[in-house]
Design a protein around this ligand. Structure first.
Ligand code: APR
Ligand code: PHB
Length: 393
């Protein structure tokens, strides 16, 4: 079957879904293709911190309803090391807050809005291929329920994540890839337990990093640093709780992480990755298909939302006036933000984790860095302004 649209979007994660929403607001047609099921993408547990700028963009697009009611506004975070906690007060230092709201909740809201408007979003498709984007007539081919389909479009948005097919479809020699892997990963759980604290706690400990986050007054999201090759089987629930308790203990012995049933469990690899440029002809990459950050800075979803905000602006200018300036500048505009987020995420990750090949000097230097960070208003403000998100251009 043949179809025609203005923008063909591959991937229904936050990037693809929010792009389709912004384009609809600008009167531009799109078709979204997703190779997983609706149930799968709506229940895939990922990060959960939204910058204020991300919340503003979702609100402006009319997606603020449930986010406004259920999102938890946080005015700061705690950095804990040497048995002591230090609060970084985002509101006082920057005037901005962050909102804790799971990425899959954002995805649910975007899917509901798209389907309520009766706009095309196809799940469970297979054999997706992108062609012709170096010329004037891009085409997306795919299969659905055994039927072959073909979409002719003006532009293709590659929003299909790190393992998608769009980036690998770009001919060799066009992209420069920058990559760094880390010698550790995160073992993460979702637990039916009240949060240990109202705000997130990032803990540095000689046994390794731990992060206490949350999803609601009755659901905690907790992580411990583990080995890059570790398997879920290496981490029975008891071991996770034991490490969480030890790594977050305070010197007065008073702090305990509330425990509860483990509802989900998974290992998050740690990688920094950037593909440049984020465009090849009429194919534009956005979100994880173009860049990955380690989760320590909570930037992944925020970068995806910023990318598609710029892409939607550029496409709207093109359809409104024929101007191609913003489309031509899309990649450079995104990459300025992406590289700063790379720098920040790398810095948070390096500072807070235990590194297997650390020397005693490295360990003392890391503690000195944490002492400086939590003792200097200038250093705290630098962390705060990056964590709440630099202003969108
Ligand atoms: N065809 C169609 N869809 C595909 C294909 C394909 N060949 N390959 C992958 N996809 C889908 C995935 O199933 C997923 O739903 O593309 C979507 C990509 O979504 P995400 O991985 O969530 O990426 P993105 O929208 O860029 O959002 C970035 O996700 O991984 C987190 O930390 C990251 O928070 C950040 C966010
Ligand atoms: C989460 O709640 O899942 C979370 C929070 C902060 C991070 C990473 C993940 O830095």
């Amino acid at each position: 079957m043949r179809h025609r649209t203005q923008v063909g979007i591959v991937g229904a994660g936050p990037a693809g879904l929010f792009l389709s929403c912004l384009l609809a607001r600008a009167g531009i047609d799109s078709i979204v293709l997703e190779n997983r099921s609706r149930d799968y993408v709506e229940n895939r547990i990922r990060a959960g911190v939204l910058e204020q700028g991300t919340v503003d963009l979702l609100n402006e697009a009319g997606l603020g309803g449930r986010l406004g009611r259920e999102g938890l506004a946080h005015g700061g975070i705690e950095i804990r090391f040497d048995g002591r906690g230090h609060r970084i007060d985002f509101l006082a230092l920057t005037g901005k807050a962050i909102t804790v709201y799971g990425q899959h909740e954002v995805v649910k809201d975007l899917i509901a809005a798209r389907l309520a408007e009766g706009r095309p979003l196809h799940f469970d498709v297979s054999d997706v291929a992108v062609e012709g984007f170096e010329g004037d007539s891009p085409v997306i081919r795919y299969s659905s329920a055994g039927v072959a389909h073909e979409i002719a479009c003006d532009f293709i948005a590659g929003c299909d994540g790190f393992h998608g097919i769009c980036r690998p479809s770009i001919p060799a020699g066009v992209l420069t890839l920058y990559e760094r892997s880390y010698p550790f990963a995160w073992m993460g759980i979702l637990a039916a337990a009240p949060p240990a604290s109202k705000e997130l706690i990032y803990a540095h400990h000689e046994r390794g990093f731990a992060l206490l986050s949350l999803r609601s007054p009755t659901l905690s999201r907790l992580y411990v640093q583990c080995g890059p090759e570790d398997d879920i089987g290496d981490w029975p629930d008891d071991r996770i709780w034991e490490e969480l308790q030890r790594r977050t203990a305070t010197s007065d012995g008073a702090f305990r992480v509330p425990q509860g049933a483990v509802l989900q469990k998974g290992i998050t690899p740690m990688r920094s990755f950037v593909a440049e440029p984020m465009q090849c002809g009429r194919l534009f990459l956005a979100g994880d298909s173009a860049h990955i950050v380690p989760p320590t800075g909570a930037k992944g979803m925020n970068l995806a939302i910023a990318d598609v905000h710029y892409l939607a602006q550029a496409l709207a200018a093109h359809y409104r006036s024929g101007s191609t300036d913003l489309l031509a500048g899309y990649s450079a505009r995104c990459l300025r933000r992406v590289w700063n987020a790379q720098r920040f995420s790398w810095w948070m990750t390096t500072m807070l984790h235990r590194h297997p090949d650390d020397t005693p000097f490295d360990r003392r230097r890391r503690l000195a860095e944490l002492e400086y960070l939590t003792g200097s208003e200038a250093a705290m403000r630098s962390l705060a302004e990056n964590y709440v998100g630099l202003p969108l251009e």
